[in-house]
Ligand binder design. Structure first.
Ligand code: SAM
Ligand code: SF4
Length: 325
């Protein structure tokens, strides 16, 4: 379905938990109260929401969190979601810590792709950023994903004077492997407001200085606004998600559903519609139609653009682990 700015809204990010087994400095503070089970949408509630979303023209879905692999029976949920008629693609964003042990089951359940977050290849630095000494587990997860043949992307957030010198080492993963390494600009959401990101324009400039013959890759590799390049001699590709320096709101195609059932039209504003209330307080035979109407309303509510560059207008108070990225 088109929104009022003629954008085709065909993608929904679904957070399935706000729990996490890491504490990335720009995402989740040390002390966080986990949502109690009753607050979180059940598998059946997520499935009903996806069924309704498909009726509104949403065909691509991303499972996120918190850390989605912490949700009990996540592979069963993936299996059921992928079976819904009209779901064209189902992918997951994960920190990779538990991926090695679950990738085969996830793939067999119908998962089409994984995005794995990786901000450093240095053990101590990784621990400084994420709070945990899990680098090897994440690298095992990346290896396992590649070996399984699932479509794999690596997402890296660079922070000034913390890991901004690592772009090249991380980029080289795409030289040797059939993966896409993507640089995501730090956004001023939640904890992210307290840290300084690096402009992707700067990184692209550095890459151009270092490598000759770079070509823009216009093929659409994922669900959203990443811009890709091909570097000669690289097996994989490189992408840039530039919410700050390359504001891409004119091609925004998404809604976000939090683990508590808040349906968000835009990342930077606190407005939401309550899916959970409909699911839990409507007559059973009316739920589907009410959900469809709510999703259509959320699409209609989408603003023209985010306002990250004007912090006072940025009304969202949820943190990224609560929204799902
Ligand atoms: N735990 C999973 C993971 O780390 O991939 C999924 C949830 S996490 C919120 C999803 C993505 O959001 C991660 O790639 C993370 O780096 C990114 N992220 C978190 N806070 C951010 C911020 N303030 N700006 C940009 N990206 C952010
Ligand atoms: Fe957890 Fe992902 Fe946030 Fe890191 S970015 S704290 S892994 S939810």
């Amino acid at each position: 379905m088109k929104d009022k700015f003629s954008r085709d809204i065909n993608y929904m990010r679904i957070s399935v938990t706000n729990r996490c087994n890491m504490r990335c400095n720009y995402c989740m503070p040390d002390v966080v109260k986990n949502l109690c089970e009753k607050e979180i949408l059940t598998d059946e509630e997520i499935i009903s929401t996806v069924r309704a979303a498909v009726q509104c023209g949403i065909v691509k879905f991303k499972i996120t969190g918190g850390e989605p692999l912490l949700r009990p029976k996540i592979t069963e949920l993936i299996y059921k979601l992928k079976k819904i008629s009209g779901v064209e693609s189902l992918s997951m964003t994960t920190n990779g810590v538990l991926l090695a042990e679950s990738i085969n089951e996830l793939k067999n359940s119908g998962l089409d792709a994984v995005n794995i977050s990786l901000d450093s290849l240095d053990t101590q630095r990784f621990e400084k950023i994420t709070g945990f000494n899990f680098l090897n587990k994440v690298l095992d997860g990346i290896d396992a994903a590649i070996s399984s043949g699932i479509h794999t992307k690596i997402n890296t957030v660079l922070q000034k004077e913390i890991n901004d010198d690592e772009w090249e080492k991380i980029l080289l993963i795409a030289k040797e492997n059939p993966v896409y390494v993507r640089f995501i600009e730090l956004m001023p959401i939640g904890e992210g407001k307290n840290f300084f990101g690096i402009s992707n324009a700067k990184i692209l400039n550095e890459i151009r200085k270092k490598y000759q013959g770079i070509k823009t890759d216009s093929y659409v590799h994922g669900n959203g606004p990443a811009v890709y390049i091909k570097i000669p001699g690289f097996f994989g590709g490189v992408g840039f998600i530039s919410a700050m320096c390359g504001k891409f709101c004119s091609s925004c195609n998404r809604l976000r559903l939090t683990a508590q059932g808040k349906l968000k039209p835009c990342l930077s504003f606190s407005d939401y519609l309550d899916v959970r209330e409909i699911l839990r307080s409507s007559e059973k035979n009316l739920i589907q139609i009410k959900l469809e109407n709510l999703i259509k309303k959320a699409i209609e509510m989408k603003p023209r653009e985010h306002c990250f560059e004007t912090p006072v207008k940025n009304s969202e108070t949820l943190r990224m682990f609560e929204i799902g990225g």
